[in-house]
Design a protein around this ligand. Structure first.
Ligand SMILES: NC(=O)c1ccc[n+]([C@@H]2O[C@H](COP(=O)([O-])OP(=O)(O)OC[C@H]3O[C@@H](n4cnc5c(N)ncnc54)[C@H](OP(=O)(O)O)[C@@H]3O)[C@@H](O)[C@H]2O)c1
Length: 275
């Protein structure tokens, strides 16, 4: 018999852990998708002892690695799991210029291409009324131009991060249009500035943030609130960014259809050539 599952990527991170805990607490069949075996073993043990009556398992997933994504999707298919909830929470803010094995800029590889590959690979396993949540951030500061997988501009970690998240937002809108006449709901989630490793490991942040940013920095629990709201509710408006459990308004020209359709063409071509 097939089982309906909830997948949380990046569950070893701060926000992901809060989401995973709540899913387990609600007794849903939880799959934590993690790239670190050591961290996932610890997390799995803690979740199982905290929620002994829930079904929780761990499957390895490195979003920077296409083989890992394909393997993950194969396992889901082999186990005949029906993906009820897919929380694409994993993300990276690269401190240094780096690329994955395919030579794609690491921010784009993980935050955009990895999530696109994962979601496209899982299409056949989605429940007829599945929910997909994509974690975005800073999309106002992103740009999509040229060859986004191999950018040639001087490395700026926030610009690369914001651009990869803008691309993920554009993909979220694409999915929402694709599923417009179905019961599948797709949302982008902006958790706000959250006190996690992602932002505290930047040296500049630790010194300046203590003074200026602290009042705005949220706990992981607060950061996870909107994702949990969307898992418990099904707002009709899909494809939009939700922040503080409401739609966040952006100017219409945050990305142009032309930029996005060029990115999507490049993405499809890239994925076809790099299965
Ligand atoms: N913190 C913020 O202020 C903020 C603001 C807006 C949006 N967000 C977004 O919220 C999400 C969660 O972030 P967080 O703040 O909770 O950060 P975090 O604590 O650093 O967690 C990031 C998670 O992503 C995982 N991850 C990183 N690279 C991966 C890869 N290649 N494959 C698979 N998993 C990978 C990490 O795994 P490891 O444990 O193995 O490193 C970790 O579990 C991210 O998408 C982030 O962009 C965060």
């Amino acid at each position: 018999m097939s089982s309906r599952v909830s997948i949380v990527t990046g569950a070893t991170g701060k926000i992901g852990r809060v989401v995973a805990e709540e899913v387990a607490r609600q007794g849903k069949h939880l799959i934590i998708a993690c790239r670190s075996l050591a961290k996932s073993k610890v997390l799995l043990g803690e979740l199982k002892s905290a929620y002994p009556h829930s079904t929780i398992e761990s499957i390895m997933l490195d979003l920077a690695d296409k083989r890992s994504i394909n393997k993950f999707a194969e396992i889901i298919e082999q186990k005949c799991y029906i993906v009820n909830e897919l929380v694409c929470n994993a993300g990276v803010l690269c401190q240094y210029e780096s690329q994955n094995k395919e030579d794609v800029d690491m921010s784009m590889a993980v935050n955009y291409l990895g999530n696109v590959r994962l979601i496209e690979r899982l299409q056949r396993s989605l429940a007829h009324d599945a929910k997909i949540l994509n974690m975005v951030s800073s999309i106002r500061w992103g740009t999509i131009s040229g060859d986004p997988f191999h950018p040639e501009d001087k490395f700026n970690r926030f610009r690369r991060y914001a651009s990869s998240k803008l691309a993920l937002y554009a993909y979220t809108q694409h999915l929402a249009r694709k599923y417009d006449n179905s019961s599948i709901s797709v949302y982008a989630v902006d958790p706000g500035i959250v006190n996690t490793v992602m932002i505290t490991k930047g040296k500049w942040f630790e010194s300046i943030a203590e003074v200026f940013l602290s009042p705005f920095v949220r706990t992981p629990e607060k950061g996870a609130e909107t994702a949990l709201y969307l898992l418990s509710n099904r707002p009709q408006t899909t494809g939009m960014v939700y922040h503080d459990c409401k739609i966040e308004q952006f100017s219409a020209d945050i990305y142009t259809r032309e930029e996005w359709s060029q990115l999507w063409d490049n993405t499809q071509k890239y994925l076809t050539e790099n299965i």
